[in-house]
Design a protein around this ligand. Sequence first.
Ligand code: FAD
Length: 458
Amino acid sequence: MTDCAQFIDRAKKIVGRDHCHTLPEQRAVYAYDAAVSDYMPGVVVFPADTAQVEQLVLLANKTNTPVTPRGAGTGMTGGSVAVCGGAVVVFSRMNRIISIDSQNLVACVQPGVITGKFQEAVEEKGLFYPPDPSSAAFSTIGGNVAQCAGGPRAVKYGVTRDYVLGLEAVTGKGEVISTGVKTAKGVVGYDLTRLIVGSAGTLALITRIFLRLLPLPESVRTLTAVFDRMEDAAGAVAQLFAAKIICRSIEYLDKAAIACAEKAMAAGLPTDAGALLLLEVDGDLASTESLAAKALEVCRQAGASQVAGLEDPERAKLYWKARKALSPALYQYGPHKINEDIVVPRNRIPQMVERINQIRERTGLTMVSFGHAGDGNIHVNIMLDKSDLAAAKKAEQAVEEIFDYTLELGGTISGEHGVGLTKAPYFSKEIGPASHRIMKEIKKVFDPNSILNPGKMP
Ligand SMILES: Cc1cc2nc3c(=O)[nH]c(=O)nc-3n(C[C@H](O)[C@H](O)[C@H](O)COP(=O)(O)OP(=O)(O)OC[C@H]3O[C@@H](n4cnc5c(N)ncnc54)[C@H](O)[C@@H]3O)c2cc1C
């Protein structure tokens, strides 16, 4: 019997015996995410609808059982792992696209819908759902909303939060609430939708999502700009904005990241370059072409040794595939990854890149940087073997220095991945005591018995 035996007995009646996994080999599959492992849940349950989620949360309150919601478990900070044991609630059975309304440009989905599948479904109707985390092929919309996922297209189109009109959710108390609207606008009451978006399963379980859609752009073009020095690539990003050229994506890869992506995908990336910018522009045909020409000229002026507009869509697809394969491919540099996703004001990217380079040279750590440069969002990855205690200590100090400098430049310690477990020790570097107290009080209102995702909100 596990520590949540009472919960398990009754949960089987709520979701059905087959949808309540108790065997160690079944539970082990849910003991990890993309960053953290070895937190074995007591039970894993798969509800079919909102009513079952509501009953599970009421039961969890009665039996004092921790509840950790989970989409696809692709989170980067340990958000979906059950650090206090108890029940993991997985939304894979709640995976229906309920409606796509082409007249009102609104869709309604259950949380377990895979983001990439939803994108395909709206695109078939000539519509567009812009948020595109690199994990879109396997992460869920519910996880994206709970984490406020970003992605390459955020430069022009914003992040998940900007597309969530309203939610249905079950609070930690077990109340089903509807937040926001199903219309293009709405300002009645406090904005509970925004509060739940990005709350990482600590306030409520999201059971239904109303999303804003856009018309699908007529034309998209991928561009590349190759630089000898990372600092020049960073400068080019700042200059694109100064020239008021809004690309829909501006991704960058440093030398180590180019080599890593090329090894994983053999896409024909320029492995002798110091840095690569991968850009995307969109719009109607004429404006796409004109924007592409202007963007390439700015990159050339900023010191690019080669620039290209990729005419062949298959080649463009391959470049993007290589970029998206980068995160898992990094393990060729070491068995453990410390993965940070700092954001600095775009015009401060050159300074941040310079500091990262200094830290790399000073410490000798294997550091690989890539990310959403158009948002100032730099994924700094330190690859190491944590059993090497000296390297682990150095890495910890490097992270501390990176966070301190990020905040000094007016940035934030996480643009996408959230706090979860891994960033909890650094939370108070960014969030002051008064804001922190208000957050704790909000948590109490939603989840008075602290059963939702305990151990995550510092
Ligand atoms: C290769 C790779 C690339 C990635 N690229 C990006 C990227 O470009 N941009 C980006 O932002 N992230 C990225 N990520 C991180 C991750 O994919 C996102 O955070 C994603 O939104 C997580 O979705 P998920 O379904 O896997 O959620 P999970 O990891 O299962 O959960 C994430 C958080 O949401 C909570 N949660 C999940 N479902 C619900 C629900 N229905 N109700 C309440 N809470 C819930 C969980 O408790 C957890 O705290 C990447 C990850 C990988 C592995």
